[in-house]
Structure formats: C-alpha cells, structure tokens
Design a protein around this ligand. Structure first.
Ligand code: ADP
Ligand code: MG
Length: 346
C-alpha cells in the first residue's frame, strides 16, 4: 500500500533488443503491475491470462468479501476440535503466519479480525470515536493464533469455535510470490511484480540497471506518488505498512487500521511506516505489519535478529518531523543492491 513503483523508461541498448512489457490489472481489492524484460515480440497475452487466473484462484481462497471464499467458510466453521480441510495455498499462508506470530510474540496475529471490525476498519460501520472498553474486551476474547492448530497435511482445527482468520496483512505478499513463481516457471528471469504496493524484483531492467522502488512519504496529506526514499532491489521483496492512510482522528490522535492484539487498540508507538526487505514477499508483508505493532526498539531488534531480512522504520518525532531508523544492513544509498542472493526464495 505504501510503495511507489519507479517505472520510468529504461533505455535499451541497440544490439540487445530487449524491452519492458507491462501487464496490469486488478486483484485483492487493489491493483497489480507486472514488468517483464524480454524480446519486443514476446507473447505476453497468454501470460496475462495465466496471471489473472492464478490471482482469481487466490481471491477465491483469501477474499474476506466473498461469502463463498475458503477463508469465509473457515470463519463460519464454528466447530471446535474437528479438522477443517484447507487448500495448499491456505496452509502455506497459515504456516508463514504462525512463524511471524511466533517471531513477533503475537504482534502479527491474523485472528485480529473482530478487533479490526470493532474499530471500524473491516466489515461494519466506520468510526469517529473509540468503542467502549467492554466491547474491546469482548472482541479480544476471541483472539489468538495459538487457538488454531494444524492437523495432518490439510487440516486446521479451531480450539475455540469463535476464532476467525483475516489474512489482509499477508495475502498480497503471498500473491506477489505466487505470480513471481509463475513467471519463473514460464522462463522469465528479469521482472518485477507488485500488488497493492508489495513488491518482488527479479534480475535487472532492460538497460541492465536495478529495479528501483520508492517508499511513499509517510504523511496523510502526501500525494500517493511522493517518495520518501528509494531502494534498489534485486532478487528480493519489499513490503511496507503504515498508519497514515487508513485512520480516524480522536482527541487529536491517529487511530489506524493496525491493531495491537495485546491491547486491543490501534497502534500508538510513533512508528508511521515500516518497510521490510526479505527474500520473499509473504514474509516481508507479514513482518512489516508485525514491526508496526512492535514499535521501533522491539521491531528493529526483531529484524536485526532475522537472517537475510532488513528494514526501515520511519518514526514521528515530538516536533512532528520524521526520523529514519534503518537496520544495520539496510541499503544506505540508492543503487546498492541489498539482498543479492543466489538462492531462489522459498
Ligand atoms: P496494507 O493492507 O495497508 O498494506 P498491512 O499489510 O499492514 O497494510 O495490513 C493491514 C491489515 O491487516 C488491516 O487492515 C487488518 O485487516 C489487518 N491487521 C491489523 N492489525 C493486524 C495485526 N496485528 N496482525 C495481523 N493483521 C492485522
Ligand atoms: Mg502486511
């Protein structure tokens, strides 16, 4: 949601007639862009169909807005102690969620849906003031990813019939990884995939330069294309989460759509945006949300502890300015490839 693609034309050299093809469409309630480097006459029509088909498949699994999606059916399944059979995609997203839930000690928790709804950022009416304490306490009672367990290859079991899943903070990242996988399997090496601002960049642009992604200026008044900082990416994913586009003001304070599961309230720790760089976009997306909740100190400590993962937090200062808090390995200057991994992402 908070990354800006810098897709200015890349000059192609005369002898190597490679060009950049752009495919774009809508998915997951937002837009997607795919950039591919190849021969000018490459057949990209059928590829676009494949991408759209795969994304439609993922929407049928993860969309909370479709009553017949797999996740909606799972959420209606109010039986404790009995396995609900899920697809391989659902299981993979659940597994990464469990991992990030563990790493962040519950800061990233895809069972927060009832709180998101209560605070007016999900289903139900928007709000101009916080809900009552009793309502928050009641919604909190149904929350906790540890209340859902894996059973065998394909089963998920609720330990509490009221627990539900909301993969909004991770599904776009997974969609990016799946489109990237599809492109790789079709033989493409140099490409960029973006869904709603979450990105994976593979190889290089047509002119040999690195893909460059802008981190949006973390201000509600900023235009969406205003860039705070530019990151060069190669064979890596970048995801950003922020509190300045979806929020309401109450008593002069911002109440955003990112909820701290331990307090049951919108985060209020001074971090206005969290960007995470990782080998895959599923992990980057979930971690960006986790770090928003953890705050600057704990968030940076977590990112430093994780291998091949870097990040940049933007923190609001007392005087209303912004302070960049990068991890030690976050690219200092534009043009420096950060993760130049030889290994393919998991
Ligand atoms: P965006 O969707 O704007 O890119 P995120 O990836 O951070 O941003 O996802 C935010 C969404 O995730 C919220 O709208 C809400 O549905 C859900 N969410 C809110 N708080 C949490 C949390 N602590 N853990 C997991 N998901 C959350
Ligand atoms: Mg996220």
């Amino acid at each position: 949601m908070f990354l800006v693609l810098l897709l200015g034309a890349a000059a192609t050299s005369g002898c190597d007639s490679r060009t950049e093809h752009v495919l774009a469409g809508r998915t997951m309630g937002t837009t997607y862009t795919v950039k591919l480097v190849g021969r000018p006459w490459s057949a990209t029509e059928s590829l676009k169909k494949k991408i759209d088909r795969r994304l439609e498949e993922l929407n049928r699994i993860f969309s909370p807005y479709r009553a017949d999606s797999e996740i909606s059916r799972f959420n209606r399944f109010a039986v404790a102690g009995e396995a609900f059979s899920v697809s391989a995609d659902f299981r993979r997203v659940f597994e990464v969620s469990l991992q990030v839930y563990g790493w962040s000690r519950g800061a990233f928790d895809p069972t927060v849906g009832p709180l998101v709804d209560l605070w007016g950022f999900g289903r139900g009416p928007a709000r101009r003031a916080p809900p009552a304490e009793e309502e928050i306490a009641a919604a909190r009672a149904a929350i906790g990813l540890s209340r859902i367990a894996l059973r065998g290859e394909q089963g998920l079991m609720k330990e509490d019939p009221g627990v539900t899943l909301d993969f909004s903070a991770i599904a776009k990242g997974y969609g990016v990884d799946e489109v990237a996988r599809l492109l790789r399997e079709a033989g493409w090496r140099d490409f960029l995939v973006e869904i709603g601002g979450e990105v994976y960049a593979s190889g290089r642009r047509a002119d040999g330069s690195l893909w460059r992604i802008g981190i949006a200026r973390p201000e509600s008044r900023a235009r969406p294309e205003e860039v705070h900082r530019v990151v060069a990416l190669r064979d890596a994913a970048l995801a950003t989460s922020g509190d300045y586009r979806q929020f309401f003001l109450f008593e002069g304070r911002r109440h955003s759509h990112i909820i701290d599961p331990t307090t049951g309230r919108p985060v209020a720790n001074g971090v206005v945006s969290a960007t995470v760089l990782a080998p895959d976009c599923t992990t980057a997306d979930a971690l960006a949300t986790a770090v928003m909740v953890l705050g600057a100190e704990e968030g940076l400590a977590l990112l430093e502890r994780l291998e091949r993962i870097e990040g940049l937090l933007v923190v609001e200062t007392d005087t209303g300015g912004f302070l960049d808090r990068p991890t030690s390995g976050f690219p200092q200057a534009e043009g420096v490839p950060l993760i130049d991994s030889k290994r393919p992402p998991p």
